[in-house]
Design a protein. Structure first.
Ligand code: BEZ
Ligand code: FE
Length: 293
């Protein structure tokens, strides 16, 4: 097309593909161009606004390091990460939720009943539950990779005061599919706001808070891996998570318990708890992986 106009530019773009373009890439690029062009038309995008948009991307590039990915954060606050997650989740089983940037590889393996709290500040919580299949049968040998913030709202990778692996642990379920440990009550925290995403949130009148949560990655042979989070039902940000991670079935309840009710055995803290604590029972259901055979 020689005479490219605002009316024919989208079709012109669609005609530029080489014949041997990967079909899936073609589908994605066609759709991207159609929606981008429609967006510019619908908003009557000015040069200044277009440059401002590019500047967000430029700044994201400048601040991104292997430890801190501003592009993922941008995708998170735009709702794109959660949407992609939901599009690709099975209908059955526990819902997935965002991974976030604070997961650490090779967390320490821990025995059932381990204590993640140690001397750290915070309210004591006993977390337990089972990993089940969609028929409600326990899954033995499932691994649960669990991580959370300390009581100051920081993950270990953000906080020089914490040990590298504090509040990170890997558990393996026994025959009954059960997992159990003690930790501190997770707290609300903000996503990083010192980059262009923080500026964008501010400019659009949005807060940067996430409801408190516990992260899980659960893996078991023959099942789809599940990346998810669970949130308490009394959290003030439950209905306004800035990264859109909350789903109804990921909401749990803290049951306040007297010190005497702490189990006498099975926990590192058994017979050592002399204060009231909170208890959470949360089962997670995995779906079978799709066989490629
Ligand atoms: C998190 O839950 O760790 C998280 C998720 C998305 C953005 C920032 C943090
Ligand atoms: Fe988190």
């Amino acid at each position: 097309m020689r005479n490219v106009t605002s009316d024919n530019i989208t079709d012109t773009f669609l005609n530029y593909f080489g014949e041997d373009t990967d079909p899936r890439l073609k589908t994605i690029m066609e759709s991207l161009a159609k929606h981008l062009h429609a967006f510019a038309r619908e908003t009557n995008l000015t040069h200044e606004e277009w440059q401002k948009g590019l500047d967000v991307v430029r700044q994201a590039g400048k601040i991104t390091t292997p430890e801190r990915d501003e592009f993922v954060l941008l995708s998170d606050v735009l709702g794109l990460s959660s949407l992609v997650d939901m599009i690709n989740s099975p209908d059955k089983g526990t819902s997935s939720s965002v991974l976030g940037p604070f997961h650490i590889s090779n967390p320490p393996k821990m025995e059932m009943g381990a204590d993640l709290k140690g001397d750290n500040e915070g309210e004591l919580v006993l977390v337990t539950g089972r990993v089940l299949d969609t028929d409600g049968k326990p899954i033995a040998g499932a691994t649960l990779d669990i991580w959370q913030t300390a009581a100051n709202g920081l993950y270990s990778s953000q906080d020089p005061e914490q040990d590298t692996y504090s509040f990170h642990a890997l558990f393996t379920t026994a025959e009954d599919g059960r997992y159990a440990f003690t930790t501190v009550k997770p707290v609300v925290y903000t996503v990083p706001t010192d980059g262009p995403v923080g500026e964008l949130l501010k400019a659009t009148g949005r807060h940067p808070w996430r409801p408190s949560h516990l992260h899980y990655i659960i893996k078991a042979e023959g099942f789809r891996s599940l990346v998810t989070e669970v949130f308490p039902d009394d959290d003030p940000y439950l209905d306004q998570d800035t990264v859109f991670g909350v789903r109804d079935d990921l909401v749990m309840h803290y049951l306040p318990q007297p010190a005497e009710s702490f189990p006498d055995q099975g926990f590192v803290l058994s017979r050592k708890v002399d204060q009231a604590y909170l208890r959470v029972d949360f089962d997670l259901t995995l779906t079978k992986s799709v066989s490629t055979a």
